[in-house]
Design a protein around this ligand. Structure first.
Ligand SMILES: Nc1ncnc2c1ncn2[C@@H]1O[C@H](COP(=O)(O)OP(=O)(O)OP(=O)(O)O)[C@@H](O)[C@H]1O
Length: 848
């Protein structure tokens, strides 16, 4: 998973670890924050399983320092590694032909760590270096004293679960990808670095070495009594861990019977998946590094007070005189934590007020905005470590703001907020650690489970990674069917008179035996209308549906459309990011609504018990009993909430979330879906689509890859293919078998549509006769003038012979943003819009 697939040179340099995130400016400490490559000088994230509790520490033992030390303090060199190190110095670690030809498929799948025999020395050495870097990071946290903040029990608990083990594998990836893979052995490396027992084995060994080295340097007295080692042992003793590493029965092999193709073909598919996963993981990491870099630039760009003008009263100054700075930067300084409570889904809702009871400065922050939260000094200068959160709401009194944070009490960074001055900054491009982790996790699940018999989406995976012959074979074996559905005639719809291309899409989409359908629809061809109809009919034919989209706005749009269909729908997601217009369908609101009575009753009991407690004269057993009862009430509420969430989700006919949101354990653990529908799929990167897809038996992707593509910041990731959506990839597979096109647009005058049709859609986009000739003047509220009768107006700012009109030349922004300005053109557009408004367009717009 390295970016550059160079032949490996195993001359380990401590720089990989020394350039650890903690050395650099800001360290993002979001809950679930994921690591970025520790060896990339530009990256700044840090391992999340660890980092959730452990801040990146600067000093990392070097290779010399990590040399094993015997208990008597003398250096003991590990004999079995010596030849590798010596040889690699001479010629690099170039695999032999024999090694390079090791078939990944021949590796056994049980829980024993993979050894040198299976992996070969180059891969073993590669693993060693990656795990050494991770172990060094962990040990340095111990040296820094940050381990004291660790909630060891919680960490052990987390580790001792299937999720925790997967989490460990994910956390290890950046360290592994920081080390170039031995050339020709990439698939083997990928296999090894996703095999939990192997990774754990190497990590354990390296941590021991690092700690021993610290002892040798006099930095710790006894490596065995360090917290990190004890914690590791505790984890290793957990039942889950032991089960995972001692599984002697091989994992169920990919069963060709369930997709009807030969074992060899399944192996080929698996190796295609592995290559895909490796490539995408690389690209995700590259993109994440650039996001982090961008984020840091934004954070660094947040202006601080001018050093030369020291204000006498810093808080007053910031609140009054510093308003414009704060407003401009969407920053609020000098906030204090007032209270915190747990919201649905485990989010911490933290209420902040400005010190001294001042009003908040004017701000453009609004609910749903992503912010960075950190402590600051009285001059507003922010700390280097920050947490990620969302604006939940702004207090009506204008003095408070509530943020939803994913971090919890007990997390060092979270706890640090209490009693301190806090500042929050809106960061437009704040790298979302959780999204990165979830995308990566989806890729790993695809690789690990994609072709397992137990995987409900095996048909989808086989279709998207098999060749055309495989797809034909699946059909011959009656496992799939690519024809139209035999469901009730889709022409009978109370809502729309669908055009022929829409009817075909409906019919294909309702075929339960079709694993994949992509619906490509140019603008205005009725994708949203069609999906709504499809969902209603899918539910009618007994399917339960997961609907996702890359953005919250697109999901909310679908929620709105489905709201009046009578279906039982639930919108899952961060309440702060759900549009108020559909909040009534959100999981939080539905659950809260159903629990209202229970809560009231519980509150009444609590009040009575508190009254009783206040009447206890002594702190005797009666008082203790009452306190116990109060605690029990809290537990009852938590339990009831969980039950209710489960009930609401399993009752729902349609669950809606963003692609990333579909990884929410609430959905994963509670629901299984017959059909997954991804709207605006042309705007989603492929890894994110695998999050929902792996949760359903079949999938439908709708969108238009000729419109907006996924937003990718890194040129390298874009060139590598991260910007190519699954919609686009699937449309070109199997001679177009997976795709259908909507060809009639129902929105605009034909003069507009035909231009788009010619330029973008090979002339295939036609206009519905109901709109083909319509102009603004046809509206009863718009005055008919030449402007409103003109369906397409092109304003050319050039003079005859090509010279540009005065004032219409382009100017580059002198501030160096790279933006261009054209005041002349802006004037012309303003003038035109004013003309339209005078003709009544405002009223038309208002009613439309
Ligand atoms: N069969 C139809 N008959 C009449 N009107 C239709 C039909 N299908 C779609 N429309 C109308 O066409 C317009 C565009 O539909 P819709 O928003 O579903 O298209 P879309 O493909 O999702 O658009 P976009 O690409 O902008 O997202 C809407 O006003 C819708 O009511």
């Amino acid at each position: 998973m390295s970016i550059d697939l160079l032949p490996c040179r195993f001359s380990f340099s401590p720089s990989a670890a020394a350039r650890a995130p903690g050395r650099r400016g800001i360290t993002l400490l979001a809950a679930g924050a994921s690591p970025s490559s520790p060896s990339r000088s530009r990256s700044m994230g840090a391992p999340s399983v660890w980092q959730r509790r452990v801040r990146a520490a600067p000093s990392v033992p070097s290779k010399q320092a990590t040399r094993p030390v015997s208990d008597n303090g003398k250096t003991r060199r590990r004999r079995r590694r010596k030849p590798v190190e010596e040889k690699s110095d001479e010629r690099g670690c170039v695999p032999s032909m024999e090694e390079a030809s090791i078939r990944v498929g021949t590796l056994y799948q049980n829980g024993d760590p993979l050894g040198r025999k299976e992996l070969g020395r180059c891969v073993v050495e590669w693993l060693r270096q990656g795990m050494q870097s991770m172990a060094s990071k962990f040990a340095s946290a111990e040296l820094q004293g940050d381990m004291a903040d660790l909630d060891a029990a919680a960490l052990a608990l987390e580790w001792g679960s299937a999720d925790g083990m997967l989490g460990f594998v994910i956390q290890a990836q950046p360290y592994m990808s920081a080390i170039p893979m031995p050339k020709g052995l990439e698939a083997l490396c990928l296999k090894a670095c996703t095999h939990y027992p192997t990774l754990f084995d190497h990590f354990q060994r390296e941590l021991r070495d690092v700690l021993q080295s610290c002892q040798n340097q006099g930095l710790i007295s006894d490596w065995r009594s360090t917290q990190s080692w004890k914690l590791l042992k505790e984890m290793a003793n957990s039942v889950q861990h032991r089960e995972a590493v001692r599984r002697t029965v091989p994992r169920p092999k990919a069963v060709h019977g369930s997709i009807g193709v030969s074992t060899n073909k399944v192996k080929l598919m698996q190796s295609r998946i592995e290559q895909f996963v490796m490539h995408m993981s690389d690209l995700l990491l590259i993109e994440r590094d650039v996001e982090l870099e961008f984020t840091q630039e934004e954070l660094n760009a947040t202006p601080l007070l001018d050093d030369g003008s020291e204000p006498p009263k810093p808080v007053e100054y910031l609140v009054s005189h510093g308003q414009s700075q704060q407003e401009q930067c969407d920053t609020i300084c000098n906030l204090n934590v007032i209270s915190s409570s747990t919201g649905l889904g485990g989010l911490q809702l933290v209420l902040f007020r400005i010190e001294g009871g001042h009003k908040l400065p004017p701000t453009t922050l609004s609910p749903g905005d992503m912010v960075c939260v950190r402590t600051c000094n009285s001059w507003g200068k922010g700390d280097t470590s920050c947490m990620q959160g969302f604006v939940y709401n702004l207090g009506e009194d204008g003095c408070s703001i509530t943020l939803a944070l994913e971090s919890r009490h007990g997390d060092p960074t979270f706890s640090r907020l209490f009693g301190k001055s806090v500042r929050i900054d809106r960061i437009q491009g704040l790298a979302d650690a959780l999204t990165y982790e979830r995308n990566l996790e989806a890729l790993m699940l695809l690789q690990r489970n994609g072709l397992q018999k137990s995987n409900t989406s095996i048909g989808v995976v086989a279709t998207l990674f098999g060749d055309s012959k495989d797809v034909m074979k699946m059909e011959q074996n009656h496992l799939t069917d690519w024809g139209e559905s035999s469901a009730p005639d889709p022409r009978i719809s109370g809502r729309y008179a669908f055009d022929a291309s829409q009817l075909r899409a409906l019919s294909l989409g309702l075929n339960k035996k079709r694993p994949v359908l992509t619906i490509q629809g140019p603008p205005g061809t009725g994708k949203t209308v069609l999906l709504t109809e499809l969902i209603v009919r899918a539910v009618q034919q007994g399917e339960n549906v997961l609907v996702t989209a890359p953005s919250n706005a697109a999901v909310d749009n679908m929620v709105e459309r489905l709201s009046n269909t009578g279906l039982n729908i639930v919108r899952v997601g961060n309440p702060a990011r759900i549009s108020p217009s559909v909040a009534s369908k959100s999981l939080a609101e539905v659950v809260n609504g159903r629990l209202e009575q229970f809560r009231k009753e519980l509150e009444r009991k609590r009040t009575d018990l508190r009254k009783d407690l206040s009447q206890c004269i002594e702190d005797n057993s009666l008082a203790a009993g009452i306190r116990q009862l109060l605690k029990q009430l809290g537990r009852d509420l938590e339990k009831k909430e969980k039950e209710m969430i489960r009930e609401v989700l399993s009752d729902a006919q349609v669950v809606l979330s963003t692609n990333t949101g579909a990884a929410d354990p609430l959905i994963r653990r509670t629901c299984s879906f017959d059909l997954v529908i991804i709207d605006e799929a042309g705007q989603a990167i492929e890894p994110s689509c695998w999050i929902p897809i792996l949760q359903g038996k079949r999938c439908i992707l709708a969108g238009d890859h000729c419109q907006l593509a996924p937003v990718i910041l890194s040129r390298k990731a874009l060139d590598g293919g991260l910007g190519k959506s699954l919609l686009e990839r699937a449309s070109s597979l199997h001679d177009g078998l997976l795709t259908t096109r909507l060809t009639v647009q129902h929105r605009m005058n034909d003069s507009i549509a035909s231009w788009a049709s010619k330029e973008m859609y090979c002339g295939l986009l036609k206009s519905s006769h109901s709109v083909a000739l319509q102009t603004l003047a046809d509206s009863p509220v718009v005055k008919a003038t030449w402007i409103t009768r003109c369906p397409l107006l092109l304003l050319d700012t050039r003079m005859p012979y090509g010279t540009v009109n005065t004032g219409c030349g382009e100017h580059i922004d002198l501030a160096g943003t790279g933006s261009f300005y054209n005041y002349g053109e802006a004037d012309i557009v303003t003038h035109h819009v004013l003309n339209l408004v005078h003709c009544g367009m405002y009223i038309l717009f208002y009613f439309n």
